[in-house]
Design a protein around this ligand. Structure first.
Ligand code: ZN
Length: 370
């Protein structure tokens, strides 16, 4: 649904900010008056950051910049963050110049939908971290928010605990050079939309669904490039470009409630098809195989984090057939990733969840899709 914003956008905060500055200057004057003239560096005026997006609504691949001014005017690093659940995910970084001015280009192909954005000045050179006001912007995505399903159907989604990182390994023995960069690009898109975080744990010889399929300790997800029939999860003659999935089971949460969770995720990519696809996340070739390596990875990783297919909406990455279009999440994908990510809250809490007991006797369900 389109987001209707008031004519003045998010400017209601302006008077409040001037009020804060006025109080701050009054305080500075008072301090200076009360101190002997020899006191050096007594009152540093508090920093502030004012920002303005170039647009409140933009199409995917459109131009979205956040520009503004840092006070007092100094050259400092500036971060633009997006609210996901109760957290903020960094979406752009830049620096202010000596006049305090900055402009950050916000990506419009890595996440979509209605987003709360804010600017932040990280603590630097003795200056404390300073947060600016938040603004709501919309990156308009394709299709319908209802175009989505779960990898393991049910009232409650089987999902990863978004409050711990998902440690992944790659088996690139049958993958072309540059593949790890594309894996990182696809995972970054999952992170920006869902808040799920991934950590590279290194290379592995493991092929999920084979006798050599046991994950090294501390490995949550394995991505492997295979030939059809090489893994029991990748039947010969399936005609698939890849398979993605995970095991579902019930885990006790912080309140001792059994909640559906995912573990031992996997992505199997058909190396012959992958070789023929265009690299990156663009529109791909105008003939031959549709789509890109990036699109295939986003789709299969989408399964590994709990998404099923969007069977009737070609605007979704989770549509079961590769599309002749840039690899950008659709509205259904985005809604699904948000339900599976940080917006849905922690499962085991921020503490190390590896100690979480699996409920005895809970069956683990293997679920995966091409
Ligand atoms: Zn699929």
């Amino acid at each position: 649904m389109p987001v209707v914003l008031p004519a003045h956008g998010p400017r209601g905060h302006r008077p409040r900010r001037s009020a804060v500055r006025a109080v701050a200057s009054a305080l500075t004057v008072a301090l200076v008056a009360a101190l002997p003239v020899t006191a050096a560096g007594a009152a540093r005026p508090p920093a502030s950051v004012a920002d303005e997006p170039s647009s409140l609504s933009v199409r995917t691949a459109g131009d979205l910049r956040v520009s503004g001014k840092v006070r007092p005017a100094t050259a400092r690093p500036v971060r633009v963050e997006r609210r996901v659940g109760d957290s903020w995910v960094t979406v752009a970084t830049t620096r202010s110049n000596a006049d305090g001015r900055f402009s950050a280009e916000v990506p419009t192909t890595l996440f979509v939908g209605r987003s709360r954005l804010r600017t932040l000045l990280p603590a630097a050179g003795g200056a404390p971290e300073t947060v600016g006001d938040a603004t709501t912007v919309t990156i308009r995505a394709k299709g319908k928010a209802s175009s989505r399903s779960l990898l393991i159907p049910g009232k409650e989604a089987h999902r990863w605990d978004p409050c711990r990182t998902i440690d992944y390994r790659v088996n690139l023995r049958q993958a072309p050079p540059g593949t790890l960069g594309e894996v990182r690009g696809a995972l970054r898109r999952v992170t920006m939309q869902s808040g799920l975080r991934f950590r590279y744990a290194g290379a592995t010889g493991v092929v999920p669904g084979t006798r050599n399929g046991t994950y090294p300790p501390g490995t949550d997800l394995v991505l492997a490039w295979v030939r059809p029939g090489q893994s029991s999860h990748f039947p010969r003659g399936s005609g698939a470009a890849g398979f993605g999935g995970a095991y579902g089971s019930l885990t006790l949460d912080v309140n001792d409630r059994a909640v559906p969770t995912l573990s031992d995720g996997f992505v199997l990519i058909e190396s012959g098809v992958y070789e023929k696809l265009d690299p990156g996340f663009g529109a791909g070739k105008p003939y031959g195989y549709s789509g890109t390596r990036g699109q295939l990875l986003m789709h299969e990783i989408g399964h590994a984090v709990g998404m099923g297919h969007a069977d009737r909406d070609r605007g979704q990455v989770m549509y079961p057939v590769m599309q002749d279009a840039p690899a950008v999440w659709g509205r259904g994908d985005a809604a699904n990733l948000e339900r599976l990510g940080l917006s849905a809250g922690c499962i085991a809490g921020p503490a190390d969840a590896r100690t979480t007991a699996r409920r005895p006797g809970t069956p683990r369900v293997l679920a995966y899709l091409p």
